[in-house]
Design a binder for this molecule. Structure first.
Ligand code: GDP
Ligand code: CA
Length: 307
């Protein structure tokens, strides 16, 4: 069985780990979000791709929930001491992919090729592809103005309500090599319980990827990022309330209209399954508190629609 998973960063990576544990590392291709990518201190950072890499390599910090285990912040202290931009928490071990990645990108290597190399050097066998090699950046329109993703999310602590999400560069962005093939070859497509607007949205903004998903001949199953109508972490619930008008399973499914056949929802949201239309609800416990819970959720998602 071949599986393609669309994923954002930390929340998505946890789910991807479960899917890889259940389906096998060679059965899975991950298509990752690059709308969060940012240039910090002259370096190209791909936070979502790195979150997935660290989790698949077993290098992620479990307690903090993001970044690498055993991280130190000496370089950032020096940046601060020198009055440099210290708003983006780049750890001493974290920048290892950025300088390597930045140098390769400047030399003309596509992001997909650099990502494959980083994955191989970390011992990750699962294929991880950026949605696109082209420049695609998420912007948020808010009452306080328009901000690039990381400025809104990190520097402003995603406190501004979001009126609209835009994807700079999406019109011209081509799918990265391997992504269309992975979708065409997959027996099953999964959307991780990532933020629909700012993690899965930028992937769907690549026109040919969206068209391939709309024309799929295999089931596509999304997992809701909400439990009892609330995000486990981050702004997904606030965004859904303001942009979709609510936080029920049908509001989540509405973000993926025409693209998914089933939505895995938490038991805590099972009371309100109206308005799902053709999308089949699959109710289970969705909190990935540990490896077992991750695997159980992956098993449910993998078995949600009879192949
Ligand atoms: P980011 O790119 O690091 O922000 O991560 P993602 O977009 O991939 O994931 C963030 C989303 O994951 C949030 O909306 C959370 O509500 C959701 N999430 C995190 N952990 C869990 C979990 O254990 N279960 C479910 N259902 N959703 C989760
Ligand atoms: Ca992200």
């Amino acid at each position: 069985m071949k599986v393609a998973v669309l994923s954002g960063g930390v929340g998505g990576a946890r789910f991807v780990r479960g899917v890889v544990d259940v389906a096998g590392e060679h059965a899975v291709t991950v298509i990752g979000n690059v709308g969060d990518d940012v240039e910090v201190l002259g370096m190209h950072v791909s936070p979502d791709l790195d979150s997935i890499l660290y989790v698949l390599a077993g290098l992620n910090d479990q307690e903090r929930g993001w970044g690498r285990a055993g991280e130190t912040w000496n370089a950032l202290d020096v940046v601060r001491e020198l009055g440099g931009a210290d708003w983006f928490a780049l750890g001493d071990r974290d920048p290892r992919p950025p300088p390597v990645r930045t140098q390769a990108l400047r030399a003309g290597e596509p992001l997909s090729a650099v990502t494959a190399r980083l994955a191989a050097s970390l011992g990750v066998e699962t294929r991880l592809l950026p949605a696109t090699d082209d420049r695609l950046r998420t912007w948020l329109d808010t009452p306080a103005g328009s901000f690039p993703f990381q400025e809104w999310f990190v520097a402003r602590g995603h406190r501004d309500e979001v009126d609209a999400v835009r994807f700079e560069g999406a019109d011209a962005a081509r799918p990265a090599p391997g992504t269309l093939g992975a979708l065409a070859e997959a027996d099953l497509i999964l959307f991780a319980p990532s933020n629909p607007y700012v993690s899965i949205g930028p992937i769907l903004a690549v026109r040919e990827l969206r068209e391939a998903l709309a024309a799929r001949r295999v089931p596509c199953v999304a997992v809701s990022p909400l439990i009892a109508g609330r995000a486990v972490k981050g702004p997904a619930d606030r965004m859904l309330r303001r942009l979709a008008g609510g936080t029920s399973p049908s509001h989540v499914a509405g973000c993926y209209a025409g693209l998914v056949d089933a939505l895995v929802v938490d038991e805590a949201d099972a009371e309100d399954l109206d308005g799902l239309g053709d999308v089949r609800p699959v109710v289970t416990r969705t909190l990935m508190r540990d490896a077992d819970a991750r695997r159980r959720l992956a098993e449910v998602a993998l078995g949600a629609v009879p192949a």
